[in-house]
Ligand binder design. Structure first.
Ligand SMILES: *[C@@H]1O[C@H](CO)[C@@H](O)[C@H](O)[C@H]1NC(C)=O
Ligand SMILES: *[C@@H]1O[C@H](CO)[C@@H](O)[C@H](O)[C@H]1NC(C)=O
Ligand SMILES: *[C@@H]1O[C@H](CO)[C@@H](O)[C@H](O)[C@H]1NC(C)=O
Ligand SMILES: *[C@@H]1O[C@H](CO)[C@@H](O)[C@H](O)[C@H]1NC(C)=O
Ligand SMILES: *[C@@H]1O[C@H](CO)[C@@H](O)[C@H](O)[C@H]1NC(C)=O
Ligand SMILES: *[C@@H]1O[C@H](CO)[C@@H](O)[C@H](O)[C@H]1NC(C)=O
Ligand SMILES: *[C@@H]1O[C@H](CO)[C@@H](O)[C@H](O)[C@H]1NC(C)=O
Ligand SMILES: *[C@@H]1O[C@H](CO)[C@@H](O)[C@H](O)[C@H]1NC(C)=O
Ligand SMILES: *[C@@H]1O[C@H](CO)[C@@H](O)[C@H](O)[C@H]1NC(C)=O
Ligand SMILES: *[C@@H]1O[C@H](CO)[C@@H](O)[C@H](O)[C@H]1NC(C)=O
Length: 813
C-alpha cells in the first residue's frame, strides 16, 4: 500500500517529462536554423574554387546551408559557426601512400569569401591536398576563429604572420606532415616560419599549438621565448622543426605553467636536457626522442610529479645510470629510454618502483643500451606493466621468479643479452602474455610444463641459446598447451628426438623456425598440411628429421623453406609453392627432379639441392625459372646432358653442378645468361671442346671445368675477359699450346692447367700477369725454359713435363 503511494507520483513525473520531450522535438524542427543567404553565397563561392573529386561537397546545393555536410549553424542566430572539411579517409600511416586518402581530398584554392562568415569559430581543412600552395593570408581576418586545423594538407611557403590577428584562437594545428607520396612532394620542408613574433597576438588565448614539420630553422636562437609567453598553452608540438638550439634557461617572462604536453622530438639539439623543463610542473607528456640530447638524466625530473609519458629514446648519447627518481613519479605510465648509452645496473631504478606500491607503469623500454648485471626480483612489483623491452643490453643471470607477479605483461623482450642462467617457471603464469622473445642469450636448464601452463594468450615464442649450452624443452607428450602460436623460433635447444606433441597441435603457425633442436623424427603429415596454407617461413634445418615428405601440398604464402642438413629421403617434394628460397641440401633425397619444376616453384631465386642423391637429367624447365639466381646441385648423381635452353631473361648468376655424372658438351648457350659469374661443372663427364664462352660470357669470374673429358685447344678468347679470376681446366685432355695473349689486362688470380696434354713452351707473356697468385702447369707436355721472371718458385707446379728445364726445376737447360 505504502509502496503504491510512492510509485504513483513518480510515474506521473516521468510521464510529464515524456510529454515535454515530445513537444521539445516538435519545437526543435519548427525552429531549425535557416541559413543566412549572404553566408550561403559565401559558402558556394568557397565551394566553387575547391576541387572535390570524390563529391564530398555534393550536399552543398540546397537552400538550407545549415544542413550541408560539414557546416554547422548557431541554433539561435543561424550564423555559420563551424566548417569541418577534414578528409574522413585520413590514414595516419604517414609513410605510406594511400590512394584512398587522395580520393577523399579536397584541393584547389581557398576562396577569401570565407572572411564573410562573421561568426565562424571553427575551421578544419585538415588531411586534404592543397598541392603545396601557401596558407592564405586572409585567414588572419577571420578573427572569430577559436579552432583552426590546417594539418596534413600539403601547404607550403611561409606561415602568414596575419595569424597573429586571431586573438581568440585556442587551437592552432599546422602540423605539416604530408600524406602525399614522395615523388610528388617537394623533398625539403614545405612549410616554414622564419618569424614567430606573431604568436604574441595569441598569447592569452592559445591552448594548443602544433607546428610539427614546420621548418623553424630560419628563426633566431631566442625563438623559444616567443613560445614561452603563450601563458595559457597546454600542448606544444615542435617535432621535426629543424630546431638546433635548445636554450639552457628561459627568460623570466616565460610563462608555461599550464603546459601539459611538450613535444620537441626529431630536432638536432646536441645539448644536455635543459633545466627549465623542470619548471613546467604541469607536464604530463614529454617527448624528446631523436633529439640528439647528451649527458645524463638530471635529478630535476623529480619535480614533474604529474608526468605520465616520457620518451627520451633514440638520442644515442644519453648516458649514466638510469636514476631511481622515476620510481617516485606517481603518474608515470610510459617510459622509453631505448637506443641510448645508459649503463650500469637497473637494481636501484627498479627498487624505487617496488617502494612505490601504487606505481602504474605500463610501458618500459630500455632496449639497446649498455645495461648490465642481473635482473632483480623487484621487477615483480611492476604489476601494471604490459610492455617490457630489455633487449640488446648486457644483462646476465636468470629470469627472476617474481616475473610471475607481472600479471599484466603482454610483451616481454629479453633478446640479445648475455643471460646465462635458467628461465624461471613462474613465466608460465602470465595469462596475458602475447609476445615472448628470449632469443640470443646463453640460457641453460630445463623447460617443463609449468613454464607454459597458463600462457593462454601467447602468439609469438622466440627462444635461442648458444649451441654449446644445454637447454632442454621437455613437455608431457599428452599435454595440449593453452596457446595457439603464430610465430615460433627455437634454436639450439633439445626438444627431440620425437617431434613434440605440443607442437603438432599448433595449427595457426605462420612462421616456423626450429633449427638444431635434435629432432630425429618424421615430419607429421597432418601438422604440415595443416599449416601449409598460412606458413611464410618453414625452417627445420640442422635436425635429424627422417622419412619421406608428403607430396602434392600447396604453400601459397611461403617465402623460405629450409629443410637442409637432415636425413630426409625419398623423392623431391612435389609442392606447389611461392617460395623464393628453397634449401633442401644435405639430405638423402633421391630420384629425379620434377620436369615442371618452374611451374611448381615459379618464384624460386635460390635453389640449394647439393649433397643429395638425385638422379636423372637436369630438367630443362629450369631455363624458364627466370627468377632463379643460384642453382647449387653439386654432389648428386645427375647424368645425361646439361640443358641447352638458357636465355637472356634469366637472372642466374651462380651455377654449381660439380660432382655429378653429366656428359655431352658444355652448352654455349650458358653465355646467353647475362649475369653468370660462377660456373662450376667440374668432376663430371663432359666431353668435346672447351666452349667459346667469350666474348659473350663477359662476367664469368669463376670457371671450373676440371675433372672432365674435355679435349681440343684452349680458346684464346677465354682470356679476353677482364673479369675472369679463377680458371681451372685441370684433369682433362686439352691439347695445343698455352695461348700467347696479352695477359696484362687480365685479373686472373688462379690458373690451373695441370694434368692435360698441353705442349710447346710456357709463354713469356705470363710474367706480366700481376694478379696471378696460383699457377699449376704440372703433368703436361710442355717444353723449353721456364721464363726467368716468372715468380712461382714451387717446382710441383711444373713437374711431369719432361722437356721443361730451368729454375725452379733441377733440370738445367
Ligand atoms: C573513403 O574510402 C572508402 C574506401 O576505403 C571509399 O569507399 C569512400 O568512398 C572514401 N570516401 C571518400 C569521401 O572519398
Ligand atoms: C587536426 O586534424 C588532424 C587530422 O586531420 C587530427 O589528427 C588532429 O587531431 C587535429 N588537431 C586537433 C588539434 O584537433
Ligand atoms: C600541383 O601544382 C603543380 C605546379 O606546382 C601543377 O603542375 C600540378 O598540376 C598541380 N596539381 C594539381 C592536381 O592541381
Ligand atoms: C591585423 O589586423 C589589423 C586590423 O585589421 C590590420 O591593420 C593588420 O594589417 C593585420 N595584421 C596582419 C599581419 O594581417
Ligand atoms: C657494468 O657496467 C659498468 C659501467 O659500464 C662497468 O663499470 C661494470 O664493470 C660492468 N659490470 C659488469 C659485471 O660487467
Ligand atoms: C659457446 O659458443 C659461443 C658462440 O656460439 C662462444 O662465443 C663461446 O666461447 C662458447 N663457449 C664455450 C665454453 O665453448
Ligand atoms: C640414403 O638413401 C638410400 C636409399 O635411397 C639408402 O640406401 C642410404 O642408406 C641412405 N643414406 C643415408 C645416409 O641415410
Ligand atoms: C654415368 O652416366 C653414364 C651414362 O651417361 C652411366 O653409364 C654410368 O654408369 C654413370 N656413372 C655413375 C658413376 O653413375
Ligand atoms: C682444380 O680442380 C681440381 C679438382 O678437379 C682440384 O683438385 C684443384 O685443387 C683445383 N685447382 C685449384 C688451383 O683450385
Ligand atoms: C699442381 O697439380 C698437381 C697435380 O694435380 C698437384 O699434385 C700439385 O700439388 C699441384 N701443385 C700445387 C702447388 O697446388
Amino acid at each position: 500500500m505504502d509502496l503504491k503511494l510512492k510509485l504513483r507520483p513518480s510515474f506521473f513525473f516521468y510521464f510529464l517529462i515524456y510529454i515535454f520531450l515530445l513537444q521539445k522535438a516538435d519545437l526543435g524542427s519548427a525552429f531549425n536554423p535557416k541559413c543566412i543567404s549572404t553566408e550561403r553565397k559565401a559558402l558556394l563561392t568557397f565551394k566553387q574554387s575547391l576541387t572535390d573529386p570524390s563529391g564530398r561537397l555534393s550536399s552543398w546545393s540546397g537552400p538550407d546551408c545549415c544542413n550541408w555536410r560539414g557546416v554547422l549553424c548557431d541554433d539561435r542566430t543561424s550564423h555559420v559557426i563551424k566548417i569541418d572539411l577534414r578528409n574522413p579517409n585520413q590514414t595516419l600511416k604517414i609513410f605510406e601512400y594511400h590512394d584512398d586518402h587522395k580520393e577523399g581530398s579536397l584541393g584547389g584554392k581557398i576562396h577569401p569569401s570565407l572572411t564573410r562568415l562573421k561568426f565562424l569559430s571553427y575551421l578544419d581543412l585538415s588531411s586534404n591536398d592543397f598541392n603545396f600552395t601557401e596558407i592564405p593570408e586572409f585567414i588572419g581576418q577571420i578573427v572569430t576563429l577559436r579552432y583552426l586545423n590546417l594539418s596534413f594538407s600539403s601547404f607550403s611557403g611561409e606561415v602568414p604572420v596575419s595569424l597573429g590577428n586571431l586573438s581568440k584562437l585556442e587551437t592552432l594545428d599546422l602540423n605539416a606532415q604530408s600524406f602525399i607520396d614522395n615523388d610528388e612532394a617537394p623533398t625539403s620542408f614545405t612549410l616554414r616560419a622564419s618569424n614567430v613574433g606573431w604568436l604574441s597576438g595569441l598569447s592569452s588565448s592559445l591552448t594548443y599549438l602544433n607546428m610539427g614539420y614546420v621548418s623553424l630553422s630560419g628563426i633566431s636562437e631566442t625563438c623559444l621565448q616567443d613560445f614561452s609567453r603563450l601563458s595559457n598553452l597546454k600542448e606544444l608540438y615542435l617535432f621535426n622543426c629543424e630546431l638546433k638550439n635548445l636554450p639552457l634557461s628561459l627568460p623570466s617572462s616565460a610563462n608555461l605553467k599550464l603546459l601539459e604536453v611538450l613535444d620537441m622530438s626529431q630536432n638536432s639539439f646536441s645539448s644536455p636536457i635543459p633545466n627549465w623543463i623542470f619548471d613546467l610542473t604541469s607536464l604530463r607528456k614529454l617527448f624528446f626522442q631523436f633529439a640528439n640530447l647528451k649527458g645524463s638524466i638530471p635529478s630535476g625530473f623529480k619535480n614533474l610529479k604529474l608526468l605520465e609519458t616520457l620518451d627520451l629514446s633514440n638520442n644515442l648519447e644519453l648516458t649514466g645510470e638510469i636514476p631511481a627518481l622515476f620510481g617516485d613519479l606517481p603518474q608515470l605510465k610510459y617510459l622509453d629510454l631505448s637506443v641510448n648509452y645508459f649503463e650500469g645496473q637497473i637494481h636501484r631504478f627498479l627498487e624505487a618502483f617496488s617502494k612505490n606500491k601504487g606505481n602504474i607503469l605500463v610501458y618500459l623500454n630500455l632496449n639497446h643500451n649498455h645495461l648490465n648485471g642481473t635482473l632483480p626480483e623487484s621487477l615483480g612489483t611492476l604489476r601494471n606493466l604490459q610492455i617490457l623491452d630489455l633487449s640488446l643490453n648486457s644483462f646476465t643471470g636468470s629470469i627472476p621468479s617474481s616475473v610471475g607477479n607481472m600479471v599484466s605483461l603482454k610483451k616481454l623482450d629479453l633478446s640479445y643479452n648475455s643471460m646465462d642462467g635458467e628461465i624461471d617457471s613462474s613465466l608460465g603464469k602470465l595469462e596475458e602474455l602475447v609476445d615472448l622473445n628470449l632469443m640470443a642469450n646463453r640460457w641453460e636448464g630445463v623447460l617443463l610444463k609449468p613454464h607454459f601452463v597458463k600462457l593462454r594468450s601467447l602468439k609469438s615464442f622466440l627462444l635461442t641459446t648458444e649451441p654449446n649450452r644445454s637447454l632442454v624443452i621437455n613437455l608431457p607428450s599428452t599435454w595440449v598447451p593453452p596457446f595457439r602460436l603464430e610465430k615460433i623460433n627455437i634454436e639450439n635447444c633439445q626438444m627431440g628426438p620425437l617431434f613434440p606433441m605440443w607442437l603438432q597441435v599448433q595449427n595457426k603457425l605462420n612462421s616456423v623456425t626450429l633449427r638444431n633442436n635434435g629432432i630425429a623424427d618424421k615430419l607429421p603429415n597432418s601438422w604440415l598440411s595443416g599449416i601449409a596454407s598460412d606458413v611464410t617461413e618453414l625452417i627445420l634445418a640442422n635436425n635429424r628429421i627422417k622419412g619421406t615428405l608428403p607430396q602434392n601440398l600447396v604453400f601459397p604464402k611461403l617465402n623460405t623453406i629450409d629443410l637442409s642438413s637432415n636425413n630426409i629421403e625419398g623423392p623431391f617434394p612435389l609442392w606447389t609453392t611461392t617460395a623464393v628460397d628453397i634449401y633442401l641440401h644435405q639430405n638423402n633425397f633421391s630420384g629425379p627432379l620434377p620436369l615442371n619444376i618452374d611451374v611448381l616453384m615459379p618464384r624460386v631465386r635460390r635453389l640449394y639441392l647439393f649433397d643429395n642423391t638425385f638422379i636423372g637429367e637436369i630438367p630443362s624447365s629450369l631455363c624458364e625459372a627466370t627468377r632463379l639466381n643460384i642453382l647449387d646441385i653439386r654432389n648428386n648423381r645427375f647424368s645425361g646432358s646439361f640443358p641447352k635452353c638458357w636465355h637472356e631473361s634469366s637472372e642466374l648468376y651462380y651455377i654449381d653442378a660439380s660432382e655429378n655424372n653429366i656428359s655431352g658438351e658444355i652448352p654455349e648457350s650458358l653465355c646467353d645468361l647475362p649475369d653468370l659469374t660462377l660456373l662450376h661443372l667440374n668432376q663430371n663427364a663432359f666431353e668435346g671442346n672447351i666452349p667459346k664462352l667469350y666474348p659473350n660470357c663477359v662476367h664469368i669470374e669463376h670457371i671450373d671445368f676440371s675433372g672432365n673429358n674435355l679435349n681440343g685447344k684452349i680458346p684464346t678468347e677465354i682470356f679476353d675477359s677482364s673479369f675472369l679470376r679463377i680458371l681451372n681446366l685441370s684433369r682433362n685432355s686439352i691439347e695445343g699450346s698455352i695461348p700467347q695473349v696479352n695477359w696484362k689486362f687480365g685479373h686472373l688470380e688462379t690458373l690451373d692447367l695441370s694434368r692435360n696434354r698441353l705442349s710447346g713452351a710456357i709463354p713469356q707473356s705470363l710474367v706480366a700477369m700481376s694478379f696471378l697468385q696460383t699457377l699449376n702447369l704440372s703433368y703436361n707436355k710442355l717444353e723449353g725454359r721456364i721464363p726467368k721472371n716468372l715468380k712461382f718458385k714451387d717446382p710441383s707446379i711444373y713437374i711431369g713435363n719432361e722437356l721443361l728445364c730451368g729454375k725452379p726445376l733441377p733440370k738445367k737447360c
